[in-house]
Design a protein around this ligand. Structure first.
Ligand code: HEM
Length: 498
């Protein structure tokens, strides 16, 4: 009897697990082979806790456009084909609704991100550019202060994390903050990488890890700043101003260029968005933006430092811009075509969002196929694996910006649809204009003023832990050498670097 009990329990567990791991086969989907062995269980465990690399492996093992796999005890449908993924994410409105941005206020239900998206339009970003330039200037001043005989040795990733936090502090939180100097500012806590928060995060714990003490302190900061703008009429051209405008019922998509809050709601009950929600949006932007900005600039500089010809081309392109009073303008960023290709190539090789993940809310027939995905099941689009597939991009591990040179051939068109760095179908990054502005601005300033030399030991090991963050595991040690051309002109004369 006592012997029978463990056998019975073991058999039940075995049958249950086998039932889960046969889900895709039972539904008729192309899927991976499974077996109840230690090797397979280890693989599924890795999918859950080291999932970026493991999902890439699963992508390469598959042959069909759809590939059913398992992450621990979870059946996941991998969409291997970028066009099909685009159709699904474009057309499946409501079936994969994430709900994160859904917002209800006095019987009104809306998608908050959609309503706020005009904040990131070029029409709104252009007037914010002066503030952005000031943040870049703080970084250049910091480098100048650290310089010894024209050289600076530093961890570039750390520098750029501070730059990114400063940018978010200035443009999202509306604060004149410079974490290069104010090291005790609350935003400085975000300069360290989230892996240092000691957060255990798996794919099932989606969303970015947040530290509740920091969140509370950020909420206080937002509260003070919002009240100041609403009650004293203080106006600053930043995203906080636009969020406060929206909170007071001003439509951001009405085409007007006004920054002042018009006809503010007098009582807080009428406000379209509570201060708590506004602070949550700001914190989400901070979390989504910080790593993507810092890693993209770091990895671009890491790649180009190994190819002096690319650096030379970029420096020539920058030199050819006609600066107005020595200052870059927002519009000029659009003229940096070669830099745009470098940016795309970095995002192709190192996408900050390596996997798009959706939970199916309502059973959905996948377009152009005979298959349906059931409620509660997970769908994944492995952006990193697609963009590193030799089928779309020859020599995928080589850094070759010119692969994005305009060309009308079928081959290039196919490649373009496989470039999904900013997302795919209807789920593109709403904030991409802002991201490009901030990244290009830093690249212009650094390349204009410095030669970059990688430290002899500088090998970047990209880490995605905790997911979805991307970073170089041990930072990036470099030497920056002041460029001669500027040493002769405005650089040594004591004026600020441009
Ligand atoms: C190089 C920079 C960036 C890349 C490559 C990138 C990429 C992406 C991608 C692929 C998505 C779609 C994710 C999905 O469909 O699940 C996305 C969404 C989003 N991104 Fe970005 N992004 C970048 C920078 C930023 C920055 C700087 C911010 C904020 C300041 C930001 C905020 C967001 C937000 C709020 C979403 C909506 C997703 C959500 O629901 O959380 N991104 N981004």
């Amino acid at each position: 009897m006592w012997l029978l009990l463990p056998i019975l329990v073991y058999s039940l567990i075995y049958l249950y697990v086998r039932h889960i791991y046969s889900y895709w086969r039972r539904k008729g989907f192309p899927s991976e082979a499974t077996a109840f062995s230690l090797r397979y269980l280890r693989r599924f465990y890795h999918r859950e806790f080291r999932h970026v690399q493991a999902i890439c492996e699963a992508y390469h093992e598959g042959r069909d456009r759809l590939h059913g796999i398992y992450c621990f005890f979870r059946p996941v449908l991998l969409v291997r084909d970028p066009d099909l993924a685009g159709h699904i994410l474009q057309q499946s409105n409501g079936h994969f609704g994430e709900g994160k941005w859904e917002y209800v206020k006095s019987y009104r239900r809306f998608n908050l991100l959609e309503k706020l998206s005009p904040m990131f339009s070029t029409r709104r970003l252009s007037p914010m550019f002066n503030n952005a330039q000031r943040v870049a200037q703080h970084m250049m001043q910091h480098l100048l202060d650290r310089e010894q005989q024209g050289r600076v040795e530093l961890d570039l990733q750390q520098l750029l994390r501070t730059y990114a936090v400063n940018m978010m502090g200035n443009l999202v939180y509306g604060l004149d903050v410079n974490n290069f100097e104010q090291t005790d500012h609350i935003l400085n806590s975000y300069v360290q990488h989230p892996s240092q928060y000691g957060v255990l995060q798996s794919i099932t714990l989606r969303g970015t890890p947040q530290n509740s003490t920091l969140s509370t302190r950020l909420l206080d900061l937002v509260k003070q700043n919002v009240e100041l703008r609403e009650q004293s009429g203080i106006m600053r051209k930043d995203m906080l101003q636009l969020m406060v405008k929206f909170r007071n019922g001003n439509d951001l998509s009405d085409g007007s260029d006004k920054w002042q809050i018009e006809h503010p709601f007098r009582t807080k009950d009428y406000k379209l968005m509570s201060i708590e929600r506004l602070a949550k949006v700001a914190e989400d932007l901070l979390h989504s933006g910080l790593d993507s900005i810092a890693s993209t600039i770091t990895l671009t500089l890491y790649e180009i430092a190994q190819q002096p010809l690319i650096v030379e081309k970029l420096q020539t392109e920058i030199k050819e811009l006609n600066f107005v009073d020595g200052q870059l303008t927002f519009e000029q960023l659009g003229q940096l075509k070669y830099m745009e290709m470098c940016l795309k190539e970095t995002l192709r090789k190192y996408p900050p969002v390596p996997i798009i993940e959706r939970i199916c809310r309502k059973s959905y027939t996948l377009p152009g196929t005979k298959f349906s995905i059931g409620e509660g099941k997970t769908l994944m689009v492995p952006l990193l694996a697609i963009q590193r597939d030799g089928k779309y991009f020859g020599e995928p591990l080589k850094y070759k910006p010119l692969r994005f040179l305009h060309d009308k051939s079928q081959d290039i068109r196919q490649r373009r649809s496989a470039f999904v760095g900013f997302g795919i179908g209807g789920t593109q990054c709403a904030v991409q204009n802002f991201a490009k502005m901030v990244i290009k601005l830093a690249l212009v300033k650094l390349l204009q003023n410095y030669h970059l030399e990688l430290d002899a030991s500088a090998v970047v090991e990209v880490s995605h832990l905790p997911a979805p963050f991307i970073s170089s595991k041990d930072g990036l040690k470099v030497q920056l050498k002041a460029r001669k051309i500027l040493t002769q002109s405005n650089y040594l004369k004591g004026s600020k670097p441009i």
